[in-house]
Design a protein around this ligand. Structure first.
Ligand code: NCD
Length: 359
């Protein structure tokens, strides 16, 4: 099904799986909205492409090649929800691949403040740019904009850089890339035990990553949170449908020794329904402290989408299993790879990699 052959109300009513299928045509993304639109083969291909870009960027001639790759394309970065890493990593990915950028980071400085609808704003962006990367507080807004643009005369792609509490597909892609790299010598992601910790109810990164992990065989998931912040039914339904085994627990220390990867998250108190709601929940038993390092397997890894508060003690940062800084940098490579794919220049990167012997 294409977005051009379905009305908005009918599209809105589709299941997540069917919506995700509408985003891909002939194995290529029309828009990047949902984790669910990625098959395992595409995750592997994206990871391999990110690695080729990473290698190319190490040399002057490789950087020059990359700077030319998308020099005819420009991206609009529309980030009206706070962001440091995701914004800068998209901006870095655009610089690496030679794309120009424009940005709006505060809707009060744009014509939305004069009463312009976001539909009209997005159509304005599409007149100047070839792609719109957007992070918004409103769930489902990126979907709406993707539908609007697909049905306009300049159907440029939308990339979802975080929408509401529901999706953060590019974070999940960088998380998968980090897992691919970390477990390369250990048989890959298949069969690994993934432990998610923290605010699993409102964390969109966990939602998207749990979905992508269903593409791998025999992955077991453990969700560790206080009962009021436990993962929601929609995630578990997706795992059930995929035949994934999982456990829910509030015993963090018991989960550490069994983990291959621990994915820490912060309390997402920006979603509190009343002020101070989250502050009443004691989450200190869900913080990774220095003494937990001795419980962790020697080849396990510790991840965090960042920003962190107290979930991981800075004393842990120097341990080789602390992966969060490398995880963050991986985001820039995977986003550059995503841009190359969106504009169908991935073959050029592969050809360059083969020529240079990194293919
Ligand atoms: C995450 C997000 O925005 O959902 N941050 C990020 O993009 N790396 C996680 C968070 O804010 O806790």
């Amino acid at each position: 099904m294409k977005l051009t052959s379905i009305g908005w109300d009918a599209f809105k009513a589709l299941s997540l799986k069917d919506k995700a299928a509408c985003m891909v045509e002939d194995g290529r993304d029309r828009h990047v909205l949902f984790a669910q639109q990625y098959t395992r083969a595409r995750l592997e291909a994206l990871g391999a492409l990110a690695t080729q870009i990473r290698f190319a960027a190490k040399t002057k001639s490789g950087s020059d090649f990359l700077k030319d790759l998308l020099a005819d394309k420009r991206a609009m970065l529309y980030f009206t929800q706070p962001s440091t890493r995701t914004f800068l990593s998209f901006s870095g990915a655009c610089q690496i691949t030679g794309m120009g950028t424009g940005d709006v980071r505060d809707s009060t400085t744009s014509s939305e403040f004069k009463g312009e609808s976001l539909e009209d704003s997005v159509r304005t962006f599409s007149s100047y740019f070839d792609c719109i990367v957007m992070r918004t507080r409103e769930q489902g807004l990126a979907e709406r904009m993707a539908w609007v643009l697909s049905n306009s005369e300049r159907p440029v792609p939308i990339v979802n850089a975080g929408s509401g509490k529901d999706q953060h597909p590019t974070q999940a892609l960088l998380d998968i890339y980090t897992l691919q790299r970390s477990f390369k010598g250990q048989g890959g992601i298949d069969g690994k035990r993934m432990v998610f910790v923290g605010d699993l109810k409102r964390g969109r990164t966990v939602r998207s990553l749990a979905s992508l992990l269903t593409r791998y065989d025999g992955v077991r998931m453990v969700f560790v949170a206080p009962p009021s912040l436990q993962v929601e039914k929609d995630v578990l339904d997706e795992l059930d449908a995929a035949g994934v085994t999982y456990d829910l627990t509030d015993d963090f220390e018991a989960a550490i020794p069994e983990a291959d990867a621990i994915y820490m998250t912060r309390v997402q108190d920006e979603w509190d329904r009343e002020k101070g709601e989250s502050a009443r929940i004691d989450v200190s038993a869900f913080w990774f402290q220095k003494q937990h390092l001795r419980l962790l397997k020697p080849d396990a890894i510790l991840m965090h989408p960042l920003p962190r508060r107290n979930e991981i003690s800075p004393e842990v940062d120097h341990d080789p299993r602390a992966m969060y800084w490398r995880q963050m940098r991986n985001g820039m490579w995977i986003r550059a790879a995503l841009m190359a794919c969106l504009f169908q220049r991935d073959q050029d990167v592969r050809a360059y990699g083969e020529k240079m012997g990194t293919g």
